[in-house]
Design a protein around this ligand. Sequence first.
Ligand code: AGP
Length: 622
Amino acid sequence: MCGIVGYIGRREANDLLIEGLHRLEYRGYDSAGISILHSGENLKSKIKNLKSKNHLVTVRALGKVENLEKKVGEKMKGSVGIAHTRWATHGKPSEKNAHPHTDCAGQIALVHNGIIENYNELKEDLVKQGHLFASETDTEVIAHLIEEHLKEKDDFEAAFTEALKHLRGTYGIAAVALSQPNKLFVARMGSPLLIGVGKDEYFVASDVSAVLAHTKRVVYLEDGERAVITRDGYVVKSGKIIQKKTVSDVEWSEKEAKRGGYPHFMLKEIFDQPESFADALRGRLLPDEGTARLGGLREVEKRLEGIRRIVIVSCGTSSYAGLVGKYMLEEYAGIPVEVEVASEFRYRKMMLDKYTAVLGISQSGETADTLAALREAKKKGALTLGIVNTVGSTIARETDAGVYNHAGPEVSVASTKAFTSQLAILALLTLYLGRKRGMSLVTGQRIARELLKLPRLMERIFVQSGTIKKLAKKYAHRKNYLYLGRKYNFPIALEGAIKVKEIAYVSAQGYPTGEMKHGPIALVDKDALALFIMPLDSVYEKSVSGLEEIKARGGTVLAITTEGNTALEKKADAVVYIPKTLEMLTPILSVIPLQLFAYHMSVALGYDVDRPRNLAKSVTVE
Ligand code: AGP
């Protein structure tokens, strides 16, 4: 989820690139950098011992783009360049990990968005061949790989193309080379990239918002395509074949473009989920071996083998993800798991020892209560682990080991894609620990293969977005909202309820369906809406009884169930369907209609969806 911008034309690239970065900052902003193919004049003290007229100058800075802007200060002259704003995935946010990355000789500079899954293997080989690495990133291997291929090819385009063949994972790449001072090289595989077409000038960007101030004419690259761009045009190729590309006219305003055309970040982030979920699994799932490879846990592998109990500490949505994790880990890895709200955990007398792992789950990695709970656990000798989205955040740094979500920045206060990516990591953890503790190969393979199908299954839910919108409008003025679910979907009842509370400001309760008759059923009357999360699973029949009880008391029922279960339409007032999957994975799908329901309700009621009142995205105070 980084931002890329590139320029080739007749104007000074520096200002245009910095301006483009500002527009992309919402995609990630822990560091930024710029490389300009320098015309050689006006270098002053910047570069010593100039040998030729052209130079490649790279400047990087930690933090926001404005830090980079200040650092660049004196204009870097040149009309060809690339720039990047980073959201860390591999290697903490730091100046040396910021893009652009260069080869050993400093002849190549490139920026990258995506994840190179096999970067460790590539790096090991390149180090053996004598390459010196300056960063901890996956991206840097690409620069060295091109440099390596240049030894045989002596043609930058050929070496660039050859290097791409060795990459596994996702990328949007923009590169410049000193040997090719009038060209930009780009490639796309799984990460968006486009060419902005101007008059005698071209832009490159990961997102149309970076170029809209200059042109509304763009060429979208497809996966597997690469392009060479000059001031006079561009050639797009896929393999050896030249592709005839259509130039599209973008009709978005600059503001709309920033959110990818969506009216709110929350909706964008809901629709981002197939991608963010796949990114969380990327390079970690081993379907044939029925397990997961979690590099972040390698250092504590031995200690994890002796763990007898897991305590999950977290807040809000992250703690509901933890609850789903409890059901998964207990059923498939046979480990007792407790889930504690971090603000309670930190003040309780908790019995912890070195055989307990305390797992903190946090999107921001900065939540004060979760951090304090983990510090307390560490003091008591427990192994501390993290599932964190923000690379280099305090929780990520202070835990003994952990796994990053790789969901990209989540801008909307209401958490959506971070939640499903937390569930992805918890499923991976279940496979990883389960297979070491007696889970059969066949079970592991079944879970792994089903996980891989989920991004596609999520898309099937989006098709019902219009129906959910109508339902949200219709039911936006009820007095009470009861969210009910059992077993794996009880935490989803909690999550559904918190979503409408925080962005639609209505009173909503999340309950286990079976608990209803112990109190909340008293709330049911004709003004109540009960949302049942009841896929066809091992507790389905029991959920049906709960539904009948609500109907018998005059309540309205909106049910979420498995595709094909049309019989429920006779019992419920409205039904939304999710595709069939394994019971343990149903929460990953069933939460999506509830996210959409909350979103559309907030819009219908006229609230500020992305910045709800009284809340903050990152709660860094107690
Ligand atoms: C969810 O929509 C919330 N905004 C909130 O509950 C959030 O999940 C909680 O504050 C925890 O944040 P964290 O994941 O960054 O630690």
